[in-house]
Design a protein around this ligand. Structure first.
Ligand code: HSE
Length: 436
């Protein structure tokens, strides 16, 4: 059979890794794909850079249209990131009849509905395994491996940079900014690291997972995101003492009232496997009705780990080139006409348990005032932790764990507590999930 010809857009961390993997494992890959896969063209912004990949035999250009307009090319690998130029190039590649493999979560999350519709019209495939959790084949697992199930919920550590930072803060007592700098130097962080630490990157990935799990359109505007920048070493220590890890989780859950889509720091019991996923590693826990819980673990970022997913997509596309489009795996797992616009639950209607840290004056009745507010809001307390005060100290941290409550009621309780004269400053609130 004729070789499949590939054009690569972007020779950075992921593009370079992909070239290396495709070249190094060419024989094994063609044994799997049933035909040879060769990169014929690539584009990069600056061709004078010393690259960590071998571009011998590849025609290079600084102009990406040289790649997407080459009539010989079957599959375009979009590995430039960002959403403006990337979207323009992907839509043009589709219009040119090319299949596209991308690692771009922002692009798929924000423009996927439009891109998939354009691709379906001209019967080309868009593959995006590398967009979520780097090298973990989580798209394949949910879209194909679990297709006999109703998926109940997904909880994932899907940003390596954030997980690396939280792990370094806990294990080495490092400052947030210092750990972030190292994640950037190691090539894990986004071009704009705010995306990592504020939960935007995880939100993009969560939205993609939720779409293929529940058959809903991509809609990032309905994902609640909260970052890890306010997590302190003290909170990590208190959580540890209470038997919990703090992880930046993306949670998508189907409830009788609607679908929850949320990214926020979360206390998880240390006994859960996912609570022990550290450093840059990612993990996704999927709870489905027939199989129960399944856990997927691996490198969520990095050059060749991400390339592994890109190349797997290339092989899938190469195998499916001769298939009629109706027999291909649908882009969002469910058939295009079966995607349903289900209700997304606003964050203040979400039900979860909480960890709270309050700075409280050490005087009789202070705790009673606080518990009275909880009783008024129908919030049940699970545990309270307060250490004995050193003589000179009059303001002390009070740590409370609550049972599940509706977020609106917790917001009201927190506002009332912050108004008490015996409470200083703002209440720190971290959601808690048992993931049982
Ligand atoms: N910045 C991302 C992360 C890279 O840290 O997980 C992979 O998407």
């Amino acid at each position: 059979m004729k070789p499949v010809k590939i054009g690569v857009l972007g020779l950075g961390t992921v593009g370079g890794g992909t070239v290396n993997v495709l070249k190094r494992n060419a024989k094994e890959i063609s044994r799997r794909a049933g035909r040879e896969i060769i990169i014929t063209r690539a584009s990069a912004r600056d061709l004078t850079l010393d690259r960590l990949c071998d571009t011998q035999g590849i025609t290079l250009s600084t102009y990406p249209y040289d790649v997407i307009n080459d009539p010989e090319i079957d599959i375009i690998l979009e590995l430039i990131g960002g959403t403006d130029l990337a979207k323009e190039l992907v839509l043009q590649a589709i219009a040119n009849g090319k299949h596209v493999v991308t690692a771009n979560k922002a692009l798929i999350c924000l423009h996927g509905n439009e891109i998939f519709a354009a691709a379906n019209k001209v019967n080309v495939m868009i593959a995006y395994e590398a967009a979520v959790a780097g090298g973990i084949p989580i798209i394949k697992a949910i879209r194909e491996g679990l297709s006999g199930n109703q998926i109940n919920w997904i909880a994932g550590i899907i940003n390596g940079t954030g997980n690396f930072i939280l792990t370094e803060m806990r294990d080495k007592g490092r400052e947030f900014a210092d750990a972030l700098r190292e994640a950037q130097a190691l090539g894990y962080a986004e071009a704009n690291p705010t995306f990592d630490v504020e939960g935007i990157d995880a939100g993009h990935k969560l939205m993609i997972l939720a779409s293929i799990a529940f058959g809903i359109p991509l809609q990032f505007e309905n994902v609640y995101t909260e970052g890890i920048t306010k997590i302190t070493r003290e909170d990590i220590e208190y959580a540890t003492n209470l038997g919990y890890s703090i992880k930046h989780l993306g949670i998508a859950r189907k409830t009788s009232k609607g679908i929850e889509l949320r990214v926020h720091p979360t206390l998880i019991p240390q006994r859960r496997l996912i609570a022990n996923v550290d450093g840059v590693m990612n993990a996704v826990l999927v709870h489905a009705d027939a199989v129960g819980p399944t856990l997927y673990y691996g490198a969520g970022a990095g050059s060749e780990a991400t390339a592994s997913a890109v190349v797997a997509d290339v092989v899938d596309v190469a195998r499916a080139l001769t298939l009629h489009s109706k027999n291909r795996v649908p882009h969002l797992a469910f058939q295009e006409d079966a995607i349903a616009d289900l209700h997304i639950l606003p964050q203040d209607e979400v039900e979860t348990a909480y960890y709270l840290r309050l700075m409280v004056e050490d005087k009789p009745g202070a705790l009673a005032q606080i518990t009275h507010i909880f009783a008024e809001q129908n919030i049940s307390i699970e545990a309270v932790l307060q250490k004995e005060a050193p003589e000179e100290q009059t303001i002390l941290p009070l740590i409370m764990l609550t049972q599940k409550t509706i977020e609106r009621e917790m917001n009201a309780a927190i506002a009332a507590i912050e108004n008490l004269s015996s409470v200083t400053g703002q209440v720190t609130r971290i959601r808690l999930e048992t993931l049982g």
